[in-house]
Design a binder for this molecule. Structure first.
Ligand code: BEZ
Length: 212
């Protein structure tokens, strides 16, 4: 399967998971989604990532994001591993972990990179919008745990830019000034953005976050 690109429709699937059989589209409903893969159960970095994801659940809920993890081990293994995660990370994993023993979902989403590892998934992230489009992809090697603050930050940017004609600059954090979309003239921008527009260069115009 060719790798998924931004703007592609997220392929639907039905798979077994730590909470039973789930269908991706039904699980996501009208929410945003994050599908993220883990190389294997009972591995140290993955344990910290899943514990962190559980601790961030409230933040994902606030943003209307349903999270869904995947590893190529089976349900029984996932359930035992979740006990460990809850214990060592002092949390409660209540989102599903797909048990992708036959690599069906991993192949569909191109999560196995054979030159990194022939059988285990890399650390892929797919952010899916409510219309089931792929909005962001990230790929990390097994040796590097992901930054969940960055996932929240990018969700904030995706949700803001989906509704307003703005883009977010480097290292932007929720609430900071944003960039006026290049497609809008400065004259139009001054009408659209009532909080003001600063023209630093004709192509670089800043405005306060329109949602604040
Ligand atoms: C880990 O999650 O710690 C891990 C998994 C596979 C390879 C290396 C590290």
């Amino acid at each position: 399967m060719a790798s998924l690109k931004l703007g592609d429709t997220a392929p639907n699937f039905t798979a077994n998971s730590s909470i039973g059989i789930i269908n991706l589209y039904e699980y996501l409903g009208d929410s945003w989604g994050i599908l993220f893969s883990h190389p294997a159960d009972f591995t140290p970095v993955c344990t910290t990532e899943l514990g962190t994801a559980a601790k961030f659940k409230k933040e994902f809920d606030l943003r209307n994001v349903n999270i869904l993890a995947l590893s190529v081990d089976g349900v029984d293994s996932h359930l035992e591993w979740i006990k460990d995660i809850n214990e060592v990370q002092n949390t409660f994993v209540d989102f599903p972990i797909i048990a992708d023993e036959d690599r069906k979902v991993s192949d569909l989403y191109d999560m196995i990179h054979p030159n990194a590892d022939n059988t285990l998934t890399v650390r892929s992230v797919f952010i899916i919008s409510p219309d089931k489009k792929i909005k962001l992809t990230l790929t990390y090697p097994a040796s590097t745990g992901r930054n969940f603050y960055e996932l929240l930050r990018v969700i904030d940017s995706l949700q803001l830019t989906a509704n307003h004609k703005v883009a977010t600059p480097a290292n932007w954090q929720n609430g900071e000034n944003v960039v006026v979309s290049p497609a809008i003239s400065t004259t139009d921008a001054k009408t659209i953005f009532s909080k003001g527009v600063e023209e630093i260069k004709p192509y670089l115009r800043m405005t306060p976050d329109p949602t604040m």
